[in-house]
Design a protein around this ligand. Structure first.
Ligand SMILES: Cc1cc2nc3c(=O)[nH]c(=O)nc-3n(C[C@H](O)[C@H](O)[C@H](O)COP(=O)(O)O)c2cc1C
Length: 342
């Protein structure tokens, strides 16, 4: 078996910890810089932001650390969403909208301002750029590689890893089935993979000789060691950092992660039209349908989620969390990481 190679220069880690990009608030410049300053490497989340907001965050992060950090972008593929199904879902959500006196959102597709964000990457040149939801075309990866920006693509299966390698990704971020937040599965209509993370790492590294960063449900020192023992060069932590002092996680989400009333996580398509793991709540249970239409459903539910947040209604919010959420602890990132280093 080929062992995944060690991480290349831009990572140069004192500690084999990558701070997962977490769009929607948690990944502040403070969080990203704190992970880097603790000897790991932090990632800004480019998803949902405008190019200007992303540029401002890169600049802000640079004021907080001289070390390397990455930027993550969503790769949003076109889809042929079923308009009738989307209309039916909008009608189904009317009850939730009436509860708050808001309108159900309009369905629309966009590419999350892909071109503008790539321009930000080219102008501001973060050390690493990672991609999720799909794999960019080979010319995008090749151009970035040639310009000295290290490329990483998130994959959830051997087939996706193969595609990423063929198109020029320099590092693979292997996301296992216990991960919090969106699954990176290229095809949101497909059943997200269930192969345990250590097995997935082994099968990918048996055929591809690229460095592997692995994440998904890792929340203890023992699990960090187990993943490093499979040959991963570093582990990627998301949920374990959600309660960190430096994270921008909202108060309702923070409280839910610590509330014993939430007893499990579950994968749902209901909030965004992409499979994502979060704390199981009423909204997930009532809208247990698989309508793989991202970002149309993200936009349809957006006003409802905003109203739920304003009303501190954890039963209608997307409370992204990996299966290890019970081990997430509060405090400075440096302490959280120190606790998890074998
Ligand atoms: C709140 C939240 C937001 C996330 N947002 C992103 C994102 O913007 N881009 C991305 O590549 N992954 C995102 N992820 C997934 C992480 O990159 C990573 O795969 C996951 O956090 C690992 O599992 P864990 O949460 O159990 O540590 C997010 C995860 C969480 C919990």
């Amino acid at each position: 078996m080929n062992r995944p190679t060690s991480l290349p220069k831009p990572f140069d880690l004192a500690r084999p910890i990558i701070g997962a990009p977490m769009a929607g608030g948690p990944s502040t410049p403070e969080l990203v810089a704190a992970v880097t300053n603790a000897g790991g490497l932090g990632f800004l989340a480019g998803g949902y932001k405008t190019p200007q907001q992303l540029a401002d965050q890169v600049t802000a992060t640079r004021k907080l650390t001289v070390g390397p950090f990455g930027v993550n972008l969503f790769v949003v593929a076109a889809n042929d969403a079923d308009e009738e199904e989307l209309d039916a879902y909008r009608r189904e959500l009317q009850y939730d909208a009436d509860r708050y006196g808001v309108e159900v959102g309009a369905q629309k597709w966009d590419d999350d301002m892909w071109t503008g964000k790539l321009e930000v990457i080219n102008d501001l040149r973060p050390d690493v750029v990672s991609f999720t939801f799909n794999c960019p075309e080979a010319d995008v990866l090749t151009t970035l590689n040639r310009s000295g920006i290290h490329t990483a693509v998130t994959v959830t299966s051997s087939a996706e890893a193969q595609t990423a390698a063929e198109r020029g990704a320099r590092t693979l971020i292997v996301q296992g089935p216990h991960a919090g937040g969106h699954r990176a599965t290229f095809d949101p209509a497909a059943e997200p993979g269930t192969e345990p993370l250590p097995d997935l790492i082994r099968s990918i590294s048996a055929t591809l000789n690229l460095p592997i960063i692995a994440g998904g449900g890792i929340s203890t020192r023992h699990e960090v060691q187990e993943i490093l023992d499979t040959g991963a060069a570093a582990v990627q932590l998301g949920t374990a950092l959600l309660l960190a002092d430096e994270a921008g996680t909202n108060a309702a989400h923070r409280a839910a992660l610590r509330d014993p009333a939430f007893t499990e996580t579950k994968i749902t398509w209901a909030f965004t039209g992409r499979p994502a793991r979060g704390l199981r709540n009423r909204f997930m249970d009532e809208h247990d349908r698989r309508c793989p239409a991202y970002p149309q459903i993200h936009y349809i539910t957006a006003p409802l989620r905003a109203a739920a947040l304003a009303n501190n209604d954890q039963q209608a919010l997307h409370l992204w969390a990996g299966t290890g959420y019970r081990n997430a602890r509060t405090g400075p990132v440096a302490d959280i990481i120190a606790d998890l280093i074998p």
